[in-house]
Design a binder for this molecule. Structure first.
Ligand code: ASP
Length: 590
């Protein structure tokens, strides 16, 4: 129906007949002459309908925004002063000689320029998706997915699909369940990830696997989470951690140069989990922030100020400092705000030292804690944190997790509040995660990654005996404080795998019930292997600088895990319920 797309028509087409079609972005009646901005997937083009051809003019007069039309016409130069420099077709307009209405449209629910709330946007998603920003996002998404596919195909990876109707998989979230009609009383789980299937493909000899896979996790939602999301899932055999890291670095180099024209400097920096927690209080450090945490436990062990000296000496406790540079320009009110913030994260208060003049320890410092601590120790603290005049040092003392959480959170909050983030792409690998951690509530061991991660051990007995010290062959890739993805070298020995399940408190019959099929496969031989998975939605969100993950997904779920366009999930008929052999308890509840 067209000879060209809207944005292809520039001055070189003047006086040549063309055909274009698309949506009426805007129609303006300028007393006798009608202007139509036509929009298609590639851009905009201005059309002009003159009154001399009555037929065409009558049709044009009936046209409203969002009608779908096709036209034939002849481009001409726009009158001086009316050019639009922002679009390719901005120097021309097309004089219409034929016009067809392909589809009429009711008045759209909102204008793209309107600041409509997201509920409305999601309800009228079909209209919302016409917005150029949404179209750009989905086009970028496609570009990245195509780049990934081409890159991995060149590296001889095979794209292999794994089941959607499957058994619960072990990423630690709640499962989405699907009742089976044929085997009543039993349920499929939707995959939280293809983890076990990709490992079984390695056992079957498909040495390089990938998939752009849908995953499902029934978790509480945050801005960058969706119950249904897309992972780039990768697994390789006969490799080491280095092989995976260097493959992924090349892949991200390619994605960033080809989508943003940004040249990443390789290799990407690495940091161990332990160091990351010490310096940033988190395992997803944002390196755009120009200040870090600093452990000062050994300086204050004997300082006499119990708030510091007690945690400084206790195992799994620490005293940390965060020196905020003068340029943050923190006021008295800011200090109060950040104290409230620390309290909201579980602290009793927030100790600080204001450094007016560090050369004068008597009068140059301001702080309620100075009177409790010897000046010599204060001096050492100032040196350790690298304090300069005008800086403010915050302290946190207590269980390490809590201190990290408070100062790590404060570091990010102050950087955002005070606009101290550098404009750049800061990648970092975080490696050597502990294999296990103890759940604060249940006190049970759980895995930081998942139970199929290779522990770094000398003897299998270490898994049980030294479980909380054992590290794992694992790595996460973090960009600007967001975890893009993570993976590990996997266990390929069934005895080690069994020890891990035991450490997690799983009984033999539970292992059998949950992972029997996998353990069975493992005993017939398994090459050394490892892999990684990335949240594709998150990557696209960062690349397109979108505020929400929902802006890079065509039909996302709302914050309450539902779809406002289709009204899913919805009630099903009695017949369907009976057929499935299930009973709904609270029938009245919607
Ligand atoms: N299956 C893991 C996840 O979804 C990633 C991996 O270990 O490859 O987080």
């Amino acid at each position: 129906m067209r000879t060209h797309y809207c944005n292809e028509i520039d001055e070189s087409y003047i006086d040549k007949k063309i055909k274009v079609c698309g949506w009426v972005n805007k129609v303006r009646d300028h007393g006798g002459v009608i202007f139509i901005d036509l929009r298609d997937i590639k851009g905009l083009l201005q059309l002009v309908v003159n009154p001399d051809n009555k037929n065409i003019f009558n049709i044009a007069e009936s046209i409203r925004n969002e009608f779908i039309i096709s036209i034939e016409g002849t481009p001409r130069k726009r009158p001086e002063g009316s050019e639009n420099e922002k679009i390719i077709s901005g120097k021309v307009e097309v004089v219409v000689s034929e016009i067809n209405i392909l589809s009429k449209a009711e008045t759209p629910p909102f204008q793209f320029e309107d600041n409509v709330n997201e509920d409305i946007r999601l309800k009228y998603r079909v209209h919302d998706l016409k917005n150029s920003k949404m179209q750009e996002n989905l086009i970028t998404r496609n570009k990245v997915a195509t780049l990934i596919r081409n890159f991995l195909a060149k590296e001889e990876f095979l794209e292999i699909e794994t089941p959607i109707l499957t058994k619960a998989t072990p990423e630690g979230a709640r499962d989405y369940l699907v009742p089976s009609r044929v085997n009543q009383g039993t349920f499929f789980a939707l995959p939280q990830s293809p983890q076990l299937f990709k490992q079984m493909l390695m056992m079957s000899g498909y040495e390089k696997y990938y998939q752009i896979a849908k995953c499902f996790r029934d978790e509480d939602l945050r801005a960058d989470r969706q119950p249904e999301f897309t992972q780039l899932d990768i697994e390789m055999s006969f490799i080491t951690q280095e092989d995976i890291i260097s493959l992924i670095e090349k892949l991200f180099y390619e994605i960033f140069i080809k989508t943003l024209d940004v040249k990443l400097s390789l290799p990407i920096a690495r940091i161990s989990y332990k160091e990351s927690m010490e310096r940033f209080g988190t395992d997803r450090p944002d390196l755009r922030i120009p200040f870090e945490l600093c452990t000062i436990s050994n300086l204050v062990e004997d300082c006499g100020f119990k708030v510091f000296s007690e945690p400084a000496k206790k195992i799994n406790h620490k005293v940390s400092a965060l020196c905020i540079p003068r340029k943050a320009n923190l006021s008295r009110k800011d200090i109060d705000t950040y104290t409230d913030y620390a309290i909201s994260r579980g602290s009793k208060g927030l100790a600080y030292i204001k450094c007016n003049d560090i050369s004068d320890l008597e009068k140059g410092l301001q702080s309620p804690i100075l009177k409790f601590i010897d000046k010599k120790i204060i001096e050492k603290i100032l040196i350790r944190v690298g304090a300069e005049n005008g800086d403010i040092i915050f302290f946190s003392a207590g269980p390490s997790n809590l201190a990290n959480n408070i100062l790590g959170g404060l570091r990010e909050k102050i950087a955002i509040d005070k606009n101290l983030l550098s404009e750049s792409w800061k990648f970092i690998w975080v490696t050597d995660f502990p294999m296990f951690e103890r759940d604060a509530e249940s006190k049970k061991l759980k895995c930081l990654h998942h139970p199929f991660t290779m522990p770094i051990i000398e003897n299998n007995s270490d898994i049980q005996n030294r479980s909380e010290e054992v590290l794992s062959c694992s790595y996460d890739l973090v960009l600007n404080g967001t975890e893009l993805g993570g993976g590990s070298i996997r266990v390929n020995d069934k005895d080690v795998q069994n020890e891990i399940f035991k450490a997690l408190g799983l009984k033999d019959n539970e292992v059998d019930e949950k992972f029997g099929f996998f353990m069975n496969a493992l005993k017939y031989g398994c090459p050394p292997h490892g892999g990684i998975a990335f949240g594709l939605d998150r990557i696209i969100m960062l690349i397109t600088k979108s505020k929400s993950i929902r802006d890079v997904i065509a039909f996302p779920k709302t914050q309450t895990a539902s779809c406002s366009l289709t009204n899913a999930p919805s009630i099903i008929s009695k017949d369907q319920i009976n057929e499935l052999g299930i009973k709904i308890n609270n029938k009245d509840k919607k």
